[in-house]
Design a protein around this ligand. Structure first.
Ligand SMILES: Nc1ncnc2c1ncn2[C@@H]1O[C@H](COP(=O)(O)OP(=O)(O)O)[C@@H](O)[C@H]1O
Ligand SMILES: [Mg+2]
Length: 387
């Protein structure tokens, strides 16, 4: 995947790394975190870093995390190989009882992971043979979630605080953690926020309008289509918030319809938006619903759905006060400040925007609102027909 633009973001990230800062980049799914990580990896050498990229989704314990990190380092051509063999020597020398092991994997399996991690970071820090190391770790919240599930809150706490200590002890090694939001909520619930407090928070937003228009032109050309300027505007209007993923899906659908050599018109762009909402494309949207189902316990989960349903059904956003009656039923008591926390969560996770005066809320992405209205929010009973 070639990264379109993101030039200012990557320049800002390199400045953070140059200042020996580690970065936490939490942003909604499909906004382009992994694409940006790959770009950083690709330009690391030019920027004066050795970088490894590690996706920790699917790992369930600390040893798996460090095994994979070490394997990624080893795969790095040039300095990685020699670094890992120096690490192995160091571990054999310093960790009691490991002299008989020849392989770092055996040592990791047979010793405490924290000691291993400490020596690994020290080795990376001391590696004066080459450039400083940058560790790009994707899907950290999913890993922390798995750790919570398999080993409980104490293990997650221990893991995150151990990494924090390692960052402080070895500042020459820079880290970038990314993930879809959720870590905030998880961290808050389990009192883990302090473990991330040293990291520079880096929000990754959607494309701006000019970038989106240029991106659409590029994708139309890739599909051998022309894109009428008014049609590009229709796509932006239907989407309402310019996530590269949804821009790409819409323009691809519109181009499919007009065929190679054709011209995308405002009407075909509108039809593409409707096609995006078709039931068979629910996979494009399902993550939005699943995120709430997976990451929030009851009764918070139901409250979040209640808020989103009510806002989806109001055509121009909803006055926040109007949400309280919807939440307070069947004996549930939700006050204004609890509602404020629900809205904060939904804003942070990319669903909603709250007006600057704090009185109304609306869906951030218009097309998501259309989808929510169609498939998630309970539709009002049809009006009784007048005889
Ligand atoms: N900068 C970009 N340039 C081109 N395509 C992008 C860009 N960012 C995101 N995309 C598109 O959106 C999809 C999702 O991006 P991805 O990086 O996987 O999101 P995330 O990791 O945030 O969930 C990509 O597969 C790609 O099609
Ligand atoms: Mg990703």
């Amino acid at each position: 995947m070639i990264c379109f633009d993101r030039d200012p973001e990557s320049a800002r990230l390199w400045r953070h790394f140059d200042a020996e800062r580690s970065v936490l980049m939490l942003a909604p799914r499909r906004i382009g975190k992994t694409v940006l990580l790959n770009r950083l990896k690709g330009e690391a050498a030019k920027q004066g870093y050795n970088a490894v990229l590690l996706d920790v989704e699917g790992f369930r314990d600390e040893r798996a995390f460090f095994r994979q990190l070490c394997a990624a380092l080893q795969e790095e051509l040039g300095f990685g190989q020699s670094l890992v063999s120096a690490l192995t020597d160091r571990l054999r020398r310093t960790l009691g009882g490991t002299e008989t092991f020849t392989d770092w994997r055996q040592i990791l399996m047979n010793t405490e992971w924290k000691g291993f991690a400490d020596h690994l970071m020290a080795q990376l820090e001391d590696d004066r043979s080459g450039l400083p190391w940058l560790l790009l770790v994707d899907e950290v919240p999913i890993f922390v979630g798995a750790l919570l599930e398999s080993s409980g809150p104490a293990a997650a706490h221990d893991f995150l605080y151990t990494l924090r200590n390692l960052r402080q002890k070895h500042p020459r090694v820079r880290w970038l953690f990314t993930g879809s939001i959720g870590l905030d909520a998880v961290a808050r619930r389990h009192g883990l926020e302090g473990a991330l407090a040293d990291m520079e928070v880096f929000p990754l937003g959607p494309f701006d309008e000019a970038t989106s228009l240029a991106f659409l032109d590029r994708l139309a050309a890739r599909n051998r289509c022309k894109l009428e300027p008014a049609a590009a505007r229709t796509i932006l209007r239907r989407l309402g918030w310019y996530s590269p993923y949804y821009l790409e899906k819409l323009i691809d659908l519109a181009c499919d319809e007009v065929g190679a050599g054709g011209s995308v018109t405002p009407a075909s762009a509108d039809r593409a938006a409707e096609h995006m909402l078709a039931l068979e494309r629910r996979a494009y949207w399902a993550t939005w619903r699943e995120h709430l189902d997976r990451n929030f316990p009851e009764p918070e989960r139901s409250d979040l759905f209640t808020v989103l349903d009510a806002i989806a059904l109001a055509p121009d956003g909803l006055r926040i006060d109007a949400l309280l009656p919807a939440l307070n039923h069947g004996g549930r008591v939700v006050d204004r400040s609890a509602l404020g926390r629900l809205l904060d969560t939904l804003v942070a996770d990319g669903y909603l925007d709250v007006a600057t005066d704090g009185t109304t809320a609306r869906f951030r992405m218009t097309l998501l609102r259309d989808w929510w209205r169609r498939y998630v929010a309970p539709r009002p009973e049809p009006e009784a027909q007048d005889a």
